[in-house]
Design a protein around this ligand. Structure first.
Ligand SMILES: NC(=O)c1ccc[n+]([C@@H]2O[C@H](COP(=O)([O-])OP(=O)(O)OC[C@H]3O[C@@H](n4cnc5c(N)ncnc54)[C@H](O)[C@@H]3O)[C@@H](O)[C@H]2O)c1
Length: 355
């Protein structure tokens, strides 16, 4: 069992990581629930696999449960789903003392956290993350949001959970592509803050990886904890977590969110920016080669064909009206050491490889 405590200015909460923890979830929830009423939000995939078991366990502990199931995927981070989930909770007569459980990946976590922050001006919620990405990243740190027609995550809040309960065994049913997606973020933590994590990941056999999964998740959550404790509202150090993301987001947008998953785009972004940064003297030589090696090992892409220069730059927000504005990019000195570099928006062109 690995345990962490996130200590913020006015709020602290534990993160538990253990294989098989889900079987004991009843006793964890009993510790944080102030009443016997709980709303669970999950998506239909997670519900099919684990929904009945969660409800059973909690009912055996005497809880009165309302389970709300949303469609899987990004489309559920919408105003329409947000409203439906809130209405179902109001219909269940939730009070401010009751508890909400986010049971799923990052989509369910972000949506449910935002619901929890809004319902009756704030109801306690816990995260039971079920994807690798949500176990190492989105369930920790309190950023909750939905998407709008103007872009992703534009309406939301900083709203921390009262507990995060991570069972790596739940990942056994996760699709390979989503596992790789989460691995991009795991590798990112190694790149920005932890050389040992990086080289351990590079050396692990498949069996060793599985054996060490709790420690890997713990290491990632701990890095996120440290960064978030220093900069909860994302005005400084928390930006380091965006390594690979500026170019990654542009790649996702360039291909209309159809060709690459978020993790794949981040992988491409991490490799590309490090390779170009080496030639510009910002990063020590050889760093991009080991990043390429580790990304390949974990089935993530490194090669991309970006032909339309204007379209790429546009996706980064570089159009005439933004010339002269500044942009913070995240670079590595070397593996395990990252820094923020302020550049003029138009300089980003130097960090992108076009074909
Ligand atoms: N709040 C944050 O700090 C933060 C950080 C990073 C990403 N995010 C957000 O996270 C979201 C992506 O999260 P995600 O990658 O977890 O995607 P997701 O929630 O869409 O889950 C991916 C897929 O896996 C399925 N699934 C979930 N758990 C499963 C399991 N145990 N077994 C089998 N299938 C399972 C889901 O039904 C879904 O189809 C994005 O919306 C992104 O904006 C938020």
């Amino acid at each position: 069992m690995y345990k962490l405590g996130v200590r913020l200015f006015d709020h602290s909460y534990p993160i538990y990581i253990e294989k098989g923890l889900f079987d004991e979830i009843g006793s964890y929830i009993k510790d944080v629930a102030k009443t016997k009423k709980i709303s669970i939000v999950t998506d239909s995939n997670v519900d099919r696999l684990y929904g009945e078991k969660l409800v059973d366990i909690l009912q055996k502990e005497g809880f009165n449960i309302k389970k709300i199931v949303v469609e899987p995927g990004e489309k559920s981070k919408s105003f329409a789903t947000f409203e439906r989930v809130l209405n179902e909770m109001l219909d269940f007569s939730m009070t401010r003392s009751d508890l909400i459980i986010a049971f799923g990946g990052g989509v369910v976590g972000d949506l449910t956290g935002f619901v929890a922050s809004s319902l009756l001006r704030g109801v306690d919620f816990v995260q039971i993350p079920t994807t690798l990405l949500s176990q190492v990243d989105s369930s920790v740190g309190g950023k909750v949001a939905i998407n709008t027609n103007y872009g992703k995550n534009l309406v939301g809040a900083f709203y921390q959970p009262v507990g995060v309960y991570i069972d790596p065994n739940l990942l056994k049913t996760l699709d390979q592509r989503y596992l790789a997606d989460g691995m991009a973020e795991v590798i990112k933590y190694g790149c920005i803050k932890d050389k040992n994590l990086f080289y351990d990941l590079l050396s692990y056999s498949e069996k060793e990886f599985d054996k060490n999964i709790e420690k890997i998740i713990y290491t990632c959550c701990n890095i996120k904890r440290i960064v978030v404790e220093k900069d909860e509202k994302d005005t400084g150090d928390r930006m380091l977590l965006n390594f690979g993301h500026t170019i990654g987001h542009a790649i996702e947008k360039y291909f209309n969110y159809e060709s690459f998953t978020h993790g794949e785009a981040v992988a491409l972004g991490m490799y590309m920016i490090t390779k170009t940064a080496e030639t510009l003297g910002d990063t020590s030589m050889g760093t991009s080669e080991v990043i390429k090696e580790i990304l390949r090992k974990y089935s993530l892409p490194v090669l991309i064909d970006l032909k339309d220069r204007d379209k790429v730059l546009n996706a980064i927000g570089l159009d005439k009206k933004n010339i002269g504005k500044s942009l913070n990019i995240i670079l590595l000195k070397e593996v395990g050491q990252s820094y923020i570099k302020k550049i003029q928006l138009e300089e980003i062109e130097k960090y992108i490889e076009f074909n």
